[in-house]
Design a protein around this ligand. Structure first.
Ligand SMILES: *[C@@H]1O[C@H](CO)[C@@H](O)[C@H](O)[C@H]1NC(C)=O
Ligand SMILES: *[C@@H]1O[C@H](CO)[C@@H](O)[C@H](O)[C@H]1NC(C)=O
Ligand SMILES: *[C@@H]1O[C@H](CO)[C@@H](O)[C@H](O)[C@H]1NC(C)=O
Ligand SMILES: *[C@@H]1O[C@H](CO)[C@@H](O)[C@H](O)[C@H]1NC(C)=O
Ligand SMILES: *[C@@H]1O[C@H](CO)[C@@H](O)[C@H](O)[C@H]1NC(C)=O
Ligand SMILES: *[C@@H]1O[C@H](CO)[C@@H](O)[C@H](O)[C@H]1NC(C)=O
Length: 425
């Protein structure tokens, strides 16, 4: 069905013959790579994990414990969460009133760091609970998007007015400020075995949701930035793994095509149009494994009007292609976020996507996102930020969230987790 995609995959595989990275010594309790798999204390550590950006925002110990207990009981071993939450000074009064977690405050040409009880003490608590429950964390340093205060705050406060989004990747003052924040987070937790991996940024692209791209931004811009930042983090922390955090777009000389506005055109997920070259990033010496995201309905809203292939098969192909690309450089691959906004579609498609990930030896499978029921917080109605709410004791439902009472979906992941936890790789 995807003759073009298959051909590109075969060509990419044939062109790249790279020795697997050497194994790195790590202290006891630290996860590391062993070829295309993860390892903990000499034993395989391939996993089913999940995402929860909201966990460090909870207000009560009871709710945090409840969530960790549910993760453990469900067999999830890795949780990805945000190591950033940034506000403008103008938002701080509201944050103090609602109890909102925030780590950075912007009100001039530099940010200040909130080390207090509504600041990094909340992240300290999550890291220490993760140690207690044996859950490993992927911690992300900033966001491509506006949500929870991302890279655009650096651009809006540190660069001249009307600077494009990709100024974040090239401006030396901004890079120094980002590295200062990274340094603060890494120094704080570098001795913790609860850190699975550092993650440089969530979903880097040339453009964001609030600022446009410059005319010159290209995959080389982001690859250079990824190399510089992964080398920097490695200089601070020789042991923990480092992950890029991108969506995983390819920059192929022969991209796949898709239907857009009635025309059959090169697909921006395959022609470098978003700013990422997955093949180049996964090959960087201090990027330890490949990670990518998958939201076919969001990425191809017109898909069903014109396409002659389905979201379900498109997803299976995307999963396969990333396994091929990461394994070509001898590194593990994880599907770090994926989702469908409609529960009927989740139930219909996730089994195929999970099965494809298992069959292509994914070392990590992480749906977006984990849902927790029975939270006690503030009567259950506190607005965290933007449109996310804890409603009737359910953690924020961004429509991708699924909960333990959605039993078919829930058991797909608990069953796969049990399989992974028992597999001898
Ligand atoms: C889908 O449509 C494209 C463009 O018309 C065509 O090249 C391709 O062969 C079609 N694929 C299938 C499976 O029909
Ligand atoms: C934060 O402040 C910057 C600089 O004034 C502004 O561009 C941006 O829109 C503000 N963001 C929010 C979420 O208020
Ligand atoms: C910016 O703020 C960070 C965090 O408070 C600090 O470490 C750094 O030295 C500051 N940089 C400058 C240029 O003032
Ligand atoms: C669910 O998938 C179907 C195609 O199978 C599509 O028509 C529908 O729009 C999807 N629902 C949503 C909310 O995207
Ligand atoms: C979460 O949102 C999805 C999509 O709107 C919906 O199908 C589901 O019932 C919601 N779950 C809860 C617990 O509210
Ligand atoms: C799951 O529980 C939530 C919160 O009580 C509720 O809103 C939702 O309707 C339930 N979903 C199912 C499928 O029972």
């Amino acid at each position: 069905m995807h003759a073009l995609g298959l051909l590109s995959t075969l060509l990419a595989a044939a062109a790249t013959v790279v020795a697997a990275p050497a194994k790195r010594y790590v202290p006891p309790g630290f996860v590391t790579t062993n070829g295309e798999t993860f390892e903990l204390d000499g034993r395989p550590f391939n996993y089913v994990g999940t995402n929860s950006y909201w966990l460090p925002l909870l207000l009560t110990e009871y709710d945090v414990d409840l969530t960790f207990q549910n993760l453990v009981q469900s067999g999830y071993k890795v949780l990805r969460t945000w190591g950033f939450n940034a506000l403008n000074e103008s938002e701080v009064a509201g944050a103090l009133e609602s109890g909102l977690t925030y780590y950075q405050v912007w009100n001039g040409p530099n940010y200040t760091v909130n080390y207090g009880p509504q600041g990094l003490e909340r992240l300290d608590n999550i890291v220490s609970k993760a140690e207690q429950y044996g859950i490993k964390l992927i911690v992300t340093f900033t966001n491509n998007w506006v949500g929870y205060g991302g890279s655009d705050l650096y651009v809006q406060w540190m660069a001249p007015a009307n600077s494009p989004h990709d100024t974040f990747y090239t401006d030396p003052t901004i890079i120094a400020a980002y590295q200062e924040y990274v340094n603060i987070i890494v120094q704080r937790y570098k001795s913790s075995p609860a850190i699975f991996s550092w993650e440089l940024i969530n979903e880097a692209r040339c453009a964001s949701d609030s600022l446009p791209a410059s005319a010159t931004c290209a995959p080389a811009t982001l690859t250079t930035w990824y190399q510089q930042q992964s080398d920097y983090v490695r200089s601070l922390d020789p042991y923990h793994m480092i992950n890029a955090g991108g969506e995983g777009q390819f920059d192929w000389t022969t991209p796949e095509y898709y239907w857009y506005d009635g025309q059959y055109v090169p697909d921006y997920n395959y022609d470098g149009g978003a700013g990422e070259s997955f093949d180049a990033v996964v090959a960087l010496p201090n990027i330890d494994f490949g990670g990518y995201h998958m939201y076919p309905e969001t990425w191809y809203p017109q898909f069903f009007t014109y396409a002659n292939w389905s979201y379900e098969t498109w997803g299976a192909n995307w999963i396969q292609q990333h396994a091929t690309a990461a394994h070509a450089v001898g590194k593990p691959i994880i599907i770090e976020e994926f989702g469908s906004p409609e529960n009927a579609n989740k139930t219909a498609w996730y089994p195929t996507w999970v099965e494809t990930a298992v069959n292509t030896k994914h070392a990590g499978i992480m749906p977006w996102q984990f849902g927790q029921l029975g939270l006690t917080e503030d009567g259950g109605y506190r607005t965290i930020k933007y449109t996310d709410q804890i409603f009737r004791g359910a953690s924020p439902n961004d429509s991708y969230t699924f909960y333990s009472n959605e039993t078919a979906l829930w058991s797909l992941f608990t069953t796969t987790a049990a399989l992974y936890n028992s597999m001898d790789w």
